[in-house]
Design a protein around this ligand. Structure first.
Ligand code: GDP
Ligand code: GDP
Length: 455
């Protein structure tokens, strides 16, 4: 039964807040120690010390959701990606490359106390070529006296320097206003889908799992290289490949090819590439080497794709080398290590022999279908009504929180907003997610559920 007393504007507001789809991406770029991580924490409104991470160690998370003046966007912190592994210049160039490829706008952070260095000027040249909107943050302007330092940064030719103190918050509001002006409403990357271009696949996985072998196997000779960003430092390359009678765009395949000249920091570079490819794609085909134990690095890549909200297919490669014993242990590892994506379609392939290549496209299509599923509000509420009646939330403090009403706020991936009469526990949320999946089949897609409590 429909709930009495529901204010439709309430529902609309919640849907608005839950977002309709992919968010535009803001990358924060700059030399080490200029204060990028501090600024990112400031933007996302958190104080957790991301800053403590060991240099050179790639963090699990680089992307955060943020909101300013009622608009939501993603922030990419490049601060943890650098230092020792590559030299300063290479690391900053790699960040800029990421920003150029995957971001919709860039905040370029300069330490106003130090002023513009040669490295800063080199990055400016990269950013200018890319043509993405740039907001210049002159950081470490903790007081009025620092403002004149900031003014020197006009010389970078990026327009007005915004004096900020990431540490104390000074000036960050004005800077964020400028960011919102620079940031498009929707991410550029999704314009391709809107006009019905080929679906975008990121083929990802840790080094040596067989990505380039797989690409070669499925594509054979029929690859069309689409270089959409000619003229940038290192060209990201997309390739059009026909599979199962459909043309697909494999994004960022330059990252799949071997880069022999990049021995040092290769792992670092690979994870940077992975993040960029995932950001550009609709579906991530995650390749895992079935002959080796599932590693933390595999899990990290999976987490990256889940958090980016992409459709996901898991492909276990090198199946030709697995004996019975290994197959047994692999199944156990999948259960324990990859439970978070138990919903993803799975294929067991061999890039070497071509085993089960024909199953790849159906799996991708399944995942994309799940990713785009929309459940009509009527059906959703009929389902929720029965579910809640049969399995009520446990009583807490003498009260029983109830789910009153739900609606799907968006797709790609599916996002739900549930209205409840009280706090809904995590365990019950997971229960609802599980039952939603059983009922509506969101195979191959993460789903987001947010709960609004009505007082
Ligand atoms: P990143 O390497 O660019 O991510 O830089 P971090 O965010 O790790 O900051 C480097 C150092 O600069 C840390 O010690 C911060 O506390 C300091 N810092 C960051 N922002 C400010 C600021 O606005 N004012 C001052 N005085 N110090 C800052
Ligand atoms: P990438 O780094 O993920 O692109 O991995 P590559 O495609 O370069 O493959 C790494 C190594 O694994 C190469 O020696 C490949 O020949 C080998 N390889 C890739 N796929 C398979 C497979 O299905 N079976 C076997 N036996 N070897 C494979």
């Amino acid at each position: 039964a429909a709930e009495e007393g529901f204010d439709p504007e309430d529902v609309e507001g919640a849907i608005e807040a839950a977002g309709h789809g992919p968010l535009p991406v803001l990358a924060v770029v700059g030399r080490p120690n200029v204060g990028k991580s501090t600024l990112v924490n400031r933007i996302i409104g958190r104080r957790e010390a991301v800053v403590e991470d060991k240099p050179g160690v790639t963090r699990d998370r680089v992307t955060y959701e943020a909101e300013w003046a009622g608009r939501r966007f993603k922030v990419v912190d490049t601060g943890g990606w650098e230092q020792d592994v590559l030299g300063i210049d290479a690391s900053v160039a790699a960040q800029a490359e990421y920003a150029i490829e995957a971001a919709d706008a860039v905040v370029f952070v300069v330490d106003a106390k130090v002023g513009a260095t040669d490295t800063d000027e080199a990055v400016v040249r990269l950013l200018r070529k890319a043509g993405k909107p740039v907001v210049l943050a002159a950081n470490k302007v903790d007081g009025l006296s620092g403002e004149s330092d900031a003014a020197y940064l006009w010389s970078l030719g990026l327009g007005e320097p915004h004096p900020v103190s990431a540490l104390h918050g000074r000036g960050t509001g004005d800077m964020l206003d400028a960011v919102l002006e620079a940031l498009p409403e929707a991410p550029q990357q999704t314009f391709g889908t809107a006009i019905g271009g080929p679906r975008r696949i990121a083929l990802i996985g840790r080094p040596n799992v067989g990505k380039s072998s797989l690409l070669n196997k499925v594509a054979g000779e029929e690859r069309v290289v689409v270089n959409e960003m000619a003229g940038t430092t290192r060209d990201p390359v997309d390739e059009l490949i026909e599979l199962g009678g459909v043309t697909w765009k494999f994004v960022d395949t330059a990252g799949i090819r071997k880069r022999v000249h990049l021995q040092q920091g290769a792992d670092y570079y690979a994870s940077l590439r992975t993040a960029a490819a995932v950001e550009k794609a609709e579906v991530a085909v995650i390749l895992i080497d079935g002959s080796e134990s599932i590693s933390v690095q595999d899990q990290r890549i999976v987490t990256m794709a889940v958090e980016a909200g992409r459709a996901i297919v898991l492909a276990y490669n090198k199946w030709d080398t697995l004996d019975e014993e290994r197959r047994y242990y692999l199944e156990r590892e999948i259960e324990t290590e990859l439970g978070q994506v138990a919903w993803a379609p799975r294929v067991n392939v061999s890039a070497k022999t071509g085993r089960h290549m024909e199953k790849l496209v159906p799996a991708i299509e399944t995942a994309l279908a799940g990713w785009e599923t929309r459940v009509p509000t009527g059906r959703l509420n009929a389902f929720l009504g029965e579910l809640v009646a049969a399995h009520p939330h446990p009583i807490r403090g003498g009260k029983q929180p109830r789910i009153l009403f739900g609606t799907q706020a968006g797709t790609k991936p599916p996002r739900f907003v549930l209205f409840a009469s009280g706090f809904i526990e995590a365990g019950y949320r997971r229960f609802i997610e599980r039952r939603l999946r059983e009922e509506f089949g969101f195979d191959g897609t993460p789903i987001h559920i947010s709960v609004r409590v009505r007082e």
